[in-house]
Ligand binder design. Structure first.
Ligand code: HEM
Length: 119
């Protein structure tokens, strides 16, 4: 179970990279940046839920107040990324939303590193 959790933690860190890498690429005008950001946000949310389940199954203690904050911020990130995607498809600039996604992603990293305990 430990190694399975590690695999998903790696995936969770890759999801984080996709969001912030997608944000940077988007800001630099690269095509495909927004797509990486949107898929990263979706993956991050799903992988996060899987990590909760795996930690539960392994009887690791999770701080559910902190998980709730992470889930709320993570869901907001997904919703903002989806709206940004729609706006861009309709020819509207979504820079504000894309920046908000990056900011909230960093907030969730801070919550994870500072608050989350799975020991
Ligand atoms: C933008 C969204 C998110 C970001 C940027 C993010 C980021 C992170 C980071 C950096 C870690 C620390 C990895 C480590 O050092 O071990 C982590 C761990 C974790 N995250 Fe997330 N996360 C996000 C969303 C979520 C969501 C939505 C959930 C579930 C509701 C979640 C649940 C967890 C759990 C349970 C761990 C601990 C894994 C372990 O140590 O066993 N995350 N997250």
């Amino acid at each position: 179970m430990e190694s399975l959790i590690s695999v998903f933690v790696v995936a969770h860190l890759l999801g984080l990279s996709a969001i912030l890498g997608g944000w940077l690429a988007n800001r630099l005008g690269a095509e495909g940046g927004l797509s990486a950001l949107v898929w990263g946000a979706r993956a991050q949310f799903v992988i996060g839920l899987i990590l909760v389940g795996l930690n539960e199954a392994a009887r690791e203690e999770l701080n559910y107040a902190k998980i709730a904050v992470k889930a709320a911020v993570g869901l907001t990130v997904v919703i903002l990324a989806e709206i940004a995607n729609l706006w861009v498809k309709r020819g509207r600039s979504a820079s504000v939303l894309v920046n908000m996604v990056a900011g909230l992603t960093i907030v969730n990293v801070a919550v994870a590193v500072g608050w989350l305990t799975a020991t």
